[in-house]
Write a protein that binds this ligand. Structure first.
Ligand code: PLP
Length: 431
């Protein structure tokens, strides 16, 4: 059994899994990582198991000695009730469809597991998961809170989801404007940045001491762990994982971190290719060894319009611990014009895809041609379902104006101006 979790900037800080989940961030703003990342001796046995057994064994190994370890089988049984297809596109390329969960985004894995863990931890005060969303996180959080409570019925956890009123699609909003008393959707008259600012203020507001406010953002190690499972499933499903690169559309680089952790644990993939759009801080850093974030540029792959990816320090830490992994990690940029081209090409090949998946496909087609990682197979990691971006896809692929199939915007539970007293009042009403 492992000691648990370590702070990557302060090795003297070691925490249990429960403590790591509740802390989110370690001391000195250090991110937390499991310390059990050595190659697994029983890898073959693990790959031979069914999905639930494999997930349980792996997560219990990573979590170590912690009361939550016993809850893992129940959590996974509820969480993984949807399929995980690996679809062949051609003889070299397959697509790992991570979007068959309740909010049609890969975030259902990470956010779902984190929330199921929280629901099983004792809390004397009412627990409120407070989240600002630009689209996909809110849906995954809301769906998880609504459906994953433990068998003995913890009703002490609710979610408050803040979103920019005119910044999300109806297809996204329908997952967090959920018809569930434990989920409060709040349309903010402002931008995503306004929503994030309001959330940050709430976390430091002493007037909210009667609530146990929790953040579900992607630096929480509880979100990371369940994302390793689908890479193990892929290694079990793929005929030649050692020949295959994984192409991952990357914003905060949590998904790419999980893939590299899975390689550290012994999965034989040829390489992990993180793919960004014009927000290319990481590809520039790897080429020039200089960390120079620029202003965020808005693109069609908007879930990865991020200039300061908050999980990248985990990747650097892992590559420092395990230098032999360096040759199996790379990051590339694909521009919007190529992203649109890729969406049209995929639609023509009868695999219509949303922008993020198409971006990764474009990058892996190039990487295979160039013989990157000496791979001759690629797995495109599909992070959202095409119908979550229906309007945009119609516009780009068939050049319709999208208005024809516009669906109505779901009604939020609350609406508010982008000023803090309104949020405080709303949260106080939950006590
Ligand atoms: C969140 C998201 C990503 C980015 O994932 P990271 O782990 O932050 O890199 C990619 N695609 C879609 C559709 C997303 O919602």
């Amino acid at each position: 059994m492992s000691a648990g979790f370590v702070n990557i900037v302060d090795a003297s800080q070691q925490l249990s899994f429960s403590a790591a989940v509740l802390a989110g961030l370690g001391s000195n703003d250090g991110l937390l990582m499991p310390d059990a990342l050595a190659p697994l001796v029983d890898l073959d046995a693990l790959l031979g198991m069914d999905r639930l057994q494999r997930g349980t064994q792996l997560l219990q190994h990573l979590i170590g000695a912690d009361p939550l370890a016993d809850a893992v089988p129940e959590i996974l049984q509820q969480l993984l009730d949807f399929p995980l297809p690996l679809v062949a596109l051609d003889e070299h390329t397959s697509v790992l469809e991570l979007f068959h969960g309740p909010s049609k985004s890969f975030k259902d894995f990470g956010a779902g597991f984190l929330i199921a863990c929280l629901q099983r931890m004792p809390s004397e005060r009412r627990r409120v998961i407070l989240t600002a969303t630009s689209g996909d996180t809110g849906g995954a959080v809301a769906q998880a809170v609504a459906r994953l409570q433990s068998a003995d019925g913890d009703d002490n956890t609710s979610a408050v989801i803040l979103y920019p009123e005119s910044g999300v699609t109806p297809e996204q909003a329908r997952f967090f404007c959920a018809d569930d008393a434990r989920v409060v959707s709040v349309a903010v008259d402002g931008s995503f940045d306004d929503c994030q600012r309001l959330v940050k203020q709430a976390f430091v507001d002493p007037a909210l001491g009667q609530l146990n406010l929790i953040s579900a953002n992607s630096i929480n190690v509880g979100r990371l762990l369940a994302q390793l499972l689908y890479y193990f499933d892929t290694a079990a499903l793929h005929a030649q994982p050692e020949q295959a690169l994984l192409a991952i559309p990357s914003g905060n680089f949590g998904n790419a971190t999980a893939a590299l952790m899975a390689c550290a644990l012994g999965l034989p993939f040829a390489g992990v290719l993180a793919v960004t759009n014009e927000n290319d801080t990481v590809p520039r850093f790897l080429a020039q060894q200089q960390w120079q974030p620029q202003a965020v540029q808005r693109t069609i792959s908007n879930a990865i319009d991020i200039a300061m990816p908050n999980n990248f320090s985990r990747i650097l830490w892992l590559l420092q611990q395990r230098p032999e992994l360096r040759q199996r990690f790379a990051a590339v940029r694909v521009d919007q014009s190529d992203n649109r081209q890729a969406m049209r090409a995929l639609a023509a090949a009868e695999y219509p895809a949303e922008p993020h998946t198409a971006l990764a496909w474009q990058a892996c087609a190039q990487a295979l041609q160039q013989g990157m990682f000496a791979a001759d197979q690629a797995v495109v990691v599909a992070t959202a379902a095409v119908d979550k971006f229906a309007g945009l896809v119609a516009q780009i692929v068939t050049r319709e104006d999208g208005a024809a199939q516009a669906t109505a915007m779901p009604q939020p539970d609350q609406q508010m101006a982008a000023d803090y007293p309104a949020l405080r009042a709303l949260l106080q009403a939950l006590v």
